[in-house]
Structures are given as structure tokens and as C-alpha cells.
Design a protein around this ligand. Sequence first.
Ligand code: GAL
Length: 683
Amino acid sequence: MQFPRTQRLFSRLLHGADYNYEQWLDTPDVLAEDFRLMQAAHCNVMSVGIFSWAMLEPEEGKYAFGWLDQLMDRLAEHGLSAILSTPSAAPPVWLSQAYPETRRVNTNGQRDPHRRRQNFCFSSPIYRQKITAINRLLAERYKTHPALLLWHLSNEYGSYPCHCEYCYTNFRAWLQRRYGDLDALNRAWWTNFWSHRYSSWAQIEPVDESNHGLMIDWQRFISDNVLDFMLAEAAPLREVTPDVPITTNFMQPDVGLNYWRFAEHLDVASWDSYPRWHQGDDLTIAMQTAFYHDLHRSYKQGRPFLLMESSPTVTNWQGISRLKKPGMLKLASLQAIAHGSNSVQYFQWRQSRGGEEKFHGAVVSHLGGKQTRVFRDVTEVGSLLQRLTDVTQTTIAAPVAVIYDFENEWALQHAQLPGSLYKNYRETCQRHYRSFWQRGVPADVISAVSDLSKYRVVVAPMLYMLAQGTAERIEAFVKAGGTFVATYLTGMVNESDLTFLGGYPAPLRRTLGIYAEEMDSLTDQQTGRIAACDGNMLELRGEYQFQHYAELIHTETAHVLAAYDSDFYAGNPAATVNQYGDGQAYFIAARTDDQFLTDFYDGVMRCAGVGNELVGALPMGVSASVRSNGQQRYVFLMNFSDREQQIMVQTGMRGAMDGKPADAFVTLPPYGCAVLVKESENA
Ligand code: GAL
């Protein structure tokens, strides 16, 4: 691989867990058992030190690394590597009390007390000074330690707003850099509305939710400020250990951070996945989890990511958490690998005795030992991963991309549109993504500023905000032969949340060959009808339903594929295609039912020549994914239903585990999975 820093990291699939050794220092027998059990469960890595600042620096400037030295040595002795965390996510009490300015301030100007974790201000100079000091000591101390495999910055950075003077000063400086002068800012934020005009920078306080330009910039600033903190934390590690890769564990992307910009500074992306299996529709949960895995693969342009945390059994904070049914742990773990992860890691290795997470699932429970169903399941996953080592060097080439853009999501959250109740932006992106997932066609999940040129099909549901340059890049993509799909609520505002004039989706009007005049919004109980036009090129047939949104559009150069068939706008175009340059640009004007999306995207894939030739039509409940390295293609078959399922596969495949030739039909038990290998014809 051309990425030397990740070479060692990707020499095998990682299997391990968050390990809180410091919680058990006075029970050496427990610690000794841990290392025996880690080996029994085929673990090769542990994430350590995550919340241990108070144990590493019990008093200001007095450090106690002895226990961590011992842990690192014991890991190495047992053939385990360490993902070593910087401790910034949980400051010690002494720090919060000695330096009150490290604690966040709320919108009423009150300073938070010290409690919980992730409870500090990202702007605080003294906090940055303290964390960089301890990070430097960690780097110096362990730079040549054989166990050190990867740095884990902090834990789940969040976008907690803080209204202290440091944050306000930084925010105003950020605005000055962005706008230059107040006139430009006043214009961009349309501040003559409700007399919001500013006459000095000091008047700007990010507390007014009615000022949407202000709100989106505040969110951008928060994200940039956390990124700046991350870079400050990482600086001593980069300096002292330039060859050790760095990650930070991301969360499901609804946290208000622009993770794309963070990912640029990481060597590998990683994330924490906590799906709510068995509480309703497992198929939708599987699709959403696949979407998040694909997003994490896309952050580093298709390079493998790490599943940093997942629960081996229950998750205590979810209110309800069902036990994983037989097969589910292996299936969920393999799903991560299938979508590009090079690891399966758990939160947590051993259940703690006290604290808020004492009833969170773990590999080793309060019962102790290895005679548990969960431990056996974890051991099976470990043994499976050992036999899939070659997968680490494979990638996934996705011909399709779905644009799910964070800044667009933030802008939509504030937008007071008719129909605001049902915006459901992320869910809409996932409903479009599902059409590819259910056919086993790999899709990247990208942002509006990602490179489009490597895709055949780009889908951008509800791309309400078009920042400068986005429409131009989409236009160039279509002109050059790409297939683009847009929907209702597209191209309404610019990056400052100022509306476009002259007909939405204004900057994409030429590419899509349509413009919108009005938007109807329906209650949750109301639906409308759409009818396919005879002889349409996507082979849409019959009638479909829509709900929530119906945009009334006019075609300019586009052709109509389907038209409204209800209300006073019956006969108006509901889905169109525009031939533009060498490509096609489709527009879906209403929020249609899933059947429409399935038929529509089947047609789009057919026209764009996109498919998965390794597997036959996948039965409902089954998904398939392919990772390849030019020599071999690994085909992952996953059954997320509670029924046995049969999948037709191409001839010439063998089982990745047993090497036996695969039958034409592979049978998967309920929640079962299989991995097949296909050698490349020219290998
Ligand atoms: C994660 C967090 C872990 C642990 C886990 C419990 O979000 O990073 O420290 O709290 O949740 O599910």
C-alpha cells in the first residue's frame, strides 16, 4: 500500500475492545484473567487509557505512568497491540476546579459544574496547554513501545456549544476572516430582517435561532474550533511519533461536526456503531448501518476504516436493548468488514463495577469467565477474522455515490419551510441509498464538496443548500457523461442561507432542464398519486404514491417520466430526465413511496450500466457486498431476516473459510452470513 503509516495497522484484521485496566488495579487476579481471556477470544488489540487522565496525573504536574507502563508491557507480552488514547475526553476534577475557565458556559451565561465527561471548553487555552503537555509525555514515553499501534485522539469529540468569552472572541475572529467587514456579513445574513443589523463585531452573540445565517456560521465555527483543538492535541504526537497513525472515533453523523474536515487530518477513519437490532424492522436498521459504514469508508476516499466500538451484547443507554439473537453478533461484525472495516472492536472488554455504564454489555460480564453465550460469540468472530486476513488489503470500488451533506443538514434543521414537520433529510438520503443496497451495488456516501468524477451515478436528495461551486461541479459531472439525480427541496439557498432568485433549483436549472414554481406540503395522513408516462425510458409502470412534499415544476429541456395524478396539479410533471452534454440529470419532484424509488433506480442503474454481476437477484432481507484487490474478490452475503434464505451466485466461487467450491445457490440461516471468494479471471 502507498500509505506507510497504516501498513502495520492493516497487516491483519483487528479484534479487541475498550479495556479499562485502571478500574481493576487492586484485583490482580481479575487482570490476570483478562489477558488469558483476551487470548482465548482471539483478540489482538485493546483500546486503552481513554478516560484515565485522573489516574495519569492525579495532581497537577504529578504524573503516575506506572500502571500504564505495566499495561503496555502486559499487552505486548501477550501478543496484543495498544490503541492508545489521549485522555482529553474526561478532565480530572482538580483541573476543572483549579481552572474554572475550562468549563463551558451556557446561553444564560452560567458556567457548568464539573460532571460527567466531555465537559470542557474547546477554546480554553489552559485546557489545551494541559492536554498537549500530557500528550507529549505519553508520546515520549511510549514512542518505541512494541505495543503502540495507533493513537486514539480523545473520545467522540462533540459539538457542545460554549458561550464563554474565549469562544465568542474566537467566533468573531472567525467571522472577520470569513466576511472581512460587517457590511458583507450584514448582507450575507440579511440582517435588515427584524432589525437584526449589527454595527460592531462585539454585538454578535450566537443565541438567536431566528437568524439562520448566524446559526449556520456558528455551527461551522463550532466544528472548526473542535477541529483546531484536535490538531493541537495531535501536534505533539505527530512530532514525537511521526510513524504512528492517528485516528479519533467518530459517532453516527448527527453531532454537528463536519467530520470530512477532521478526516483529512487522520490516517484512518473510525467510528462507534450501536444499531438497535430486533426492536422493529431489522432490515431498515441493517440498511442504515450499512449507510454509516459506507460513509466512514468514504471519509478516506475508499480506504479501509475501523469499527472502533460496538456492543457485543446490550447497550445500556438505549432505554430498550434486545439481546442479540444467535448469529447476530457475527452478522453485524461481518457487515462492518463487508463495507470496508479492517476491525471489529467492542465497547467494552469487561463490565465495570460502578459508574453509569456498569450494566452496559461487555465481552466479560459481571458473571465472569468464558462460559457465556456472548464470550463464545465473540470468540467465533475472532476466529473468523483471523481467517480473513487477506481482506485487509482489499477495497471497494463504488460506482454510485449518495450525497449526504452535513452543512445542508444543519441548514435544513433551521429552515422554517411549509412542510417543516417532515423534513427527515438523513432518512431521505437513506431511502434513496436503500435502492442500491438492496441490489448489492456498492455506494459511497459523500459530501457536496467531494470529488464526483470517479462515479457513474450521483444521487443528491434534498440538496437544499448549494454552496458556491457545487452546482458547477455537478454540471461538469453530467456534461462529461455522469448520471445525476436530484429531488424536491433542491437548490433553494446559497451557503449563507440566502435564497436563490429566478426559480429553484436556480444554479442547477440548466443541468436539470426544469424550474420549480410552488411547493405543496401534505400532512402525514395525506397522500397523492403519480402515474408513469407511457414508454418512459426507465420503464416505470402504473401508479405510485407520494407524501409530505410535492413540488410543482415546469420543464424547459427535460422530458417527463411520470406525472402527478391527483389534486389540482394532476398532469404536471413529477419525475423528469434531462439529456445534458454526455450525461443525464433526473429530477424527482415529490416524496414518493419506496416502490417508486426501487423502480426508478433499477431503471437508472440499467441505463447507466451499473450492477453486481457476482450475485443473482437478492431476496428481501439479504444484502451483498464485494471487497477486491485485483486478484480476488471477496463476496459477503448477509441475511438480516429471521428466515432461511437462498442466494444465487456466479459460478467459480469458493468458500473463504473452507476453500470448498460454492454451489450455485448459497443457503443462509436466519441472521446468517457467508464469505465467498472469486479469483479474478486474469489473476
Ligand atoms: C460510546 C462511548 C463509550 C461508551 C459507549 C457506550 O459512545 O465512546 O465510551 O460510553 O458509547 O455505548
